[in-house]
Write a protein that binds this ligand. Structure first.
Ligand code: SAM
Ligand code: SF4
Length: 465
């Protein structure tokens, strides 16, 4: 299949008689979720409505992730279903968006004729014109990366709710040797402080209770000499009842000023996702992470000193090229020492274009899996110990909604990002409640509503006289 490049600005966007329905599925991280909200906003402004029914859609889009091979395989599998739908309704437009679009556009082209559009993460403004053109029978590719596009003026489409993502920057300049992001999402660029503040004010006025500031490395946010600490302080001052979260923080760029900013405000959550990737300096060096395990240890010490109740999570990659048992044991030792509250663990997946792509992927699959399991088991036992320390304490929870497992319970999160399940007791979604923690497992805290406890206590207190 050959997709000719065309000039999107030559194609007029005609007013639609009836609104076209767009179905969009999102794969990958929160940044992709936030991108989908931008895509929907762009399409809505030109007359589209979002549908969650694939079978009734006029346009089928998949927003993709290329960070690991298994994410790509899942998307490719799903595109088979889109192909099936196109056979039922040949007029439907099928588009592939996001990181995979840029990364493996040749492979996507080979997949077949049913794909009409391939649109990279910096070209979403062209989508309405590209769809228009596809309806005329002209397929299109737009996968150029930009040094300036940050969709700063576009208000993402969000349904009302409690939590919202806000992308504060795009791309990444770190070039970790395993990572495809700088190639799929381009160079780092920050949004303007003033527009981010406007967006937070707007979300606050709509009743959102929690926002998460997103970027591949939020610590390097920079708008006209305003850094991430400045941004956090300004954003957290907008509504002191609104929780402010952020991710991801790179250990190389975590300044004292930033740690102080987090410590100084009640509503900046005491939760930091701080990927370490490995406990071995040799591997960290090969990964081009630009810090040592000792730098990381000291950083954690400083964070814990400034924010004693902080909860930390991390990312670990097992089986990076040349990783030995000795390197792996160093990672296990670091986990035991730092005692993270949680960890996201991945098997190394070679990605084309990256520096590590040219290294020999020499750790056998079975060995990668063994090391991964060992890390997961260790982290689970550490998370359980961390959570057990909370039993008997009362924690403040933002109530998110009914628990997935039981209609009689609510679920919510602490500011340290721990999930809490507790009995419904006339509470309302979106409220903050103090919950007494009675038991835990490695992933969840289980509580009773303190009100109930007080009532029971009252019943049990012998009356005077
Ligand atoms: N920007 C964040 C940082 O550097 O900390 C991480 C963003 S990346 C999308 C999320 C995680 O995916 C990384 O921290 C890393 O652990 C993992 N990852 C990235 N590339 C990978 C690869 N080629 N194989 C396995 N895991 C990978
Ligand atoms: Fe990828 Fe490293 Fe950038 Fe994170 S910091 S997105 S791992 S290149």
């Amino acid at each position: 299949m050959c997709l000719p490049l065309f000039h999107y600005h030559d194609i007029p966007i005609r007013p639609m008689q009836t609104k076209r329905r767009v179905y969009i599925e999102t794969y990958g991280c929160q940044m992709n979720e936030a991108d989908t909200e931008i895509v929907v906003s762009i399409l809505q402004s030109t007359g589209y409505v979002r549908t969650d029914k694939l079978s009734t859609a006029d346009v089928l889009l998949v927003n993709t992730c290329a960070v690991r091979e298994n994410a790509e395989q899942r998307v490719i599998g799903r595109l088979g279903d889109f192909n099936h739908q196109k056979k039922i309704n040949p007029n439907v437009i099928v588009g592939v968006l996001g990181c995979m679009a840029k990364h493996i556009r040749n492979d996507i082209m080979v997949m077949g004729d049913f794909i009409d559009l391939i649109v990279g993460p910096d070209e979403y403004r062209k989508l309405p014109a590209l769809i228009e053109s596809a309806l005329e029978g002209e397929k299109g590719i737009a996968v150029k990366l930009s040094r300036v596009e940050n969709y700063d003026g576009i208000t993402p489409f969000r349904t009302d709710g409690l939590s919202a993502w806000i992308s504060i920057m795009r791309g990444c300049d770190k070039f970790c040797s395993f990572c495809v992001v700088p190639f799929t999402r381009g160079r780092e660029r920050s949004r303007t402080l003033s527009n981010i503040i406007k967006e937070v004010e707007y979300l606050s006025s709509r009743g959102f209770k929690e926002i998460t500031l997103l970027g591949q490395n939020v610590n390097s946010y920079n708008d006209n000499k305003c850094d991430f600490a400045d941004l956090l302080l300004m954003v957290s001052g907008i509504n002191e009842k609104m929780r402010i979260r952020f991710m991801t923080s790179h250990p190389q760029d975590m300044s004292e000023k930033l740690i102080e900013a987090i410590a100084s405000r009640e509503n900046i959550c005491n939760y930091i996702h701080l990927p370490v990737q490995s406990g071995s300096d040799r591997i960290l060096n090969l990964m081009n992470r630009n810090y040592s395990a000792d730098h990381y240890r000291n950083l954690v010490k400083r964070i814990k000193k400034a924010i004693p109740t902080v909860s930390l999570s991390t990312d670990i990659i097992t089986g990076f090229p040349t990783e030995t048992e000795e390197d792996h044991v160093k990672t296990l030792d670091l986990l035991k020492e730092i005692r993270f509250d949680g960890a996201f663990t991945f098997k190394y997946s070679p990605r084309e274009n990256t520096k590590a792509w040219n290294m020999n992927d020499d750790v056998q699959e079975e060995e990668k899996v063994r090391r991964l399991c060992e890390i997961i088991d260790l982290q689970r036992s550490i998370s359980l110990i961390q959570n057990k320390a909370i039993v008997g304490q009362t924690v403040e929870v933002l109530i998110e909604g009914p628990s997935k497992k039981s209609g009689a319970d609510y679920c919510g999160r602490t500011d340290t990002n721990k999930m809490v399940i507790f009995p419904k007791n006339g509470d309302l979604i979106g409220e903050y409640k103090n919950i007494h923690i009675e038991r835990v497992n490695s992933a969840t805290l289980f509580g009773a509503n303190t009100l109930k406890i007080l009532e029971q206590a009252h019943v049990n207190i012998p009356q005077e006289g």
